[in-house]
Design a protein around this ligand. Structure first.
Ligand code: TRP
Length: 496
């Protein structure tokens, strides 16, 4: 009989994991991080972050997820039922991320629509500010609702529902099998075209010009670890959840390597494309690259439309293709994050996938409307930096302790090695996940707190206090609600 919560094939798992990793972080965050942290010199900390953090931690998340074959929360209960509360904090935090991620997808949706007729007009900067975002730098704008952003976000949530409410392999599995390859193909087309633009080489030179002196700067190491973390969706329970749906014959180590490699290829390729475009822009406008380059919202929604404006007819194909690529990258990442809380709720309350996803999509869509206001971008920036820099890193430190120490990751080694066609785990892996990663993360975490204390305003702290309260209270409610599933507190395991 077909298992409703199992991938139809191992390929579906790998593609879904790549879909989860490759997201907005690869397209709008990485090129800027690479450029502003030493260019070519950034590859040294970047590769070290992949070897020391990404690969070992990915294997740990997959291994534990596979072992427990259940939601993240249930796995924590199997480790120790008294820790249920901690098992809810991560899924709830990730759900909050899903909510603000839907906002960026919503903005992109608007631009996808506009891209067919260059609806952003001659001045994309003014258009973004005056027509789309109406941003305010304080909470004052909360009563100014932005209907177009809201509609576009609701469309995104509807797509999430369409995919997630179906059985795993018919929904998520199928969508990732079709759209993840499309994502790579469209990106390759866009980048190859960008490389042929006059001036591309100026951009690439500027990007890769290594500034080796920066290697002594602690911040570029922080940036490399932070980027790898975000870009690979590490520590948000996505790898854990997706791996829990795998079949018995899966080679998790090799799958993890594929995901890490595909993700890095994608983001470096994206960087080539984006800097070629910036070089072109620089040549056309006579402005030096450092004055044009930016990240996030400005890069995607101002500079790209400016370039499409000067490109002529070809942009009528290129622009929709570009915003479509960003959209697909965003949706496949959001789907994986959505799944984490959804499956925990299905497990505890014995709820069908359909019912759980419907309720969560409604709650998520309604809550996300707070971002469809004039202070949306402002709150989004605070939520994003707080959840990423504090909550998730803290959750990962806790995951390292619970999975590597309390559960004892040594128990996974024989199983993982027996299936592995590539890398074999040994003592080095245990040293990394038990000592080096948690220590490194503690350093990053403390560094982040220092920065926060140095820069936060009162209003910023108010938003954070509200977020923390929501996080703690929602997790408490989920913990206190009575389980509907008889098995909730049972502790059977898959690998002995
Ligand atoms: N990996 C995704 C990217 O590169 C982003 C991501 C990380 C994410 N954590 C997330 C998306 C949590 C939604 C929720 O863009």
């Amino acid at each position: 009989m077909k298992n409703n919560n199992e991938w139809g094939s191992n390929l579906a798992f790998i593609l879904a994991m790549i879909g989860s990793a490759v997201g907005l972080g690869n397209i709008w965050r990485y090129p800027y991080v690479l450029y502003s942290n030493g260019g070519g010199a950034f590859y040294i900390p970047y590769i070290i972050a992949i070897l020391v953090l990404a690969i070992p931690f990915t294997i740990l998340e997959y291994g534990v997820g596979y072992n427990f074959k259940s939601s993240f929360t249930k796995a924590i209960i199997k480790i120790n039922p008294k820790l249920e509360y901690f098992g809810w904090i991560l899924p709830v935090a990730v759900f909050i991320m899903t909510i603000y991620y839907s906002t960026i997808i919503g903005w992109d949706g608007i631009y996808f629509f506009l891209s067919f007729f260059k609806g952003w007009g001659a001045n994309p900067n003014a258009f973004l500010t005056n027509t789309v975002l109406h941003p305010t730098d304080s909470l004052g704008g909360i009563f100014h609702f932005l209907p177009f952003v809201a509609i576009s976000m609701l469309v995104g949530w509807f797509i999430i529902w369409l995919v997630s409410h179906k059985n795993l392999d018919d929904g998520l599995g199928k969508v990732c099998k079709i759209f993840v390859p499309i994502l790579f193909i469209t990106m390759i087309i866009i980048v190859l075209f960008s490389l042929t633009l006059p001036g591309a080489i100026i951009g690439l030179k500027e990007l890769f010009e290594p500034d080796l002196s920066l290697l002594w700067d602690f911040n570029i190491w922080l940036a490399a670890f932070g980027q790898i973390f975000f870009s690979l969706s590490l520590g948000i329970g996505a790898g854990f959840t997706y791996a829990s749906y795998t079949k018995k014959d899966i080679d998790l180590i090799t799958s993890g390597l594929y995901v890490v490699i595909a993700n890095s290829l994608f983001e470096n390729f994206a960087a080539l494309g984006i800097f070629s475009v910036l070089g072109y822009m620089s040549l056309q406008s006579g402005t030096p690259i450092p004055n044009i380059v930016s990240e996030g919202v400005t890069l995607i929604f101002v500079i790209y439309p400016q370039v499409f404006n000067i490109l002529g007819v070809i942009s009528l194909i290129l622009a929709p293709l570009f915003f479509f690529t960003v959209y697909v990258a965003g949706i496949t990442s959001m789907l994986s994050a959505f799944e984490v809380l959804s499956i925990s709720i299905q497990n505890k309350f014995n709820m069908s996938r359909k019912k759980a996803t419907t309720i969560l999509v409604i709650v998520g869509a309604l809550t996300s409307m707070i971002y469809a206001t004039s202070c949306g971008e402002y709150i989004l920036t605070i939520t994003d930096s707080f959840i990423n820099n504090f909550v998730i890193i803290l959750c990962v430190i806790i995951e390292c302790i619970l999975f590597a120490w309390v559960f004892k990751a040594e128990r996974l080694i024989n199983f993982l090695n027996s299936k592995s066609q590539s890398l074999k785990l040994g003592k080095w892996w245990l040293i990394l996940i038990k000592y080096i990663i948690p220590i490194l993360l503690c350093i990053i975490w403390i560094g982040g707190i220092n920065k926060l204390i140095a820069t936060a305003t009162n209003e910023y702290l108010l938003v954070i206090a509200i977020l923390v309260a929501i996080l703690l209270i929602c997790s408490l409610i989920f913990t206190l609600l009575k389980p509907k599933s008889e098995n909730w507190f049972k502790t059977e395991e898959r690998i002995k």
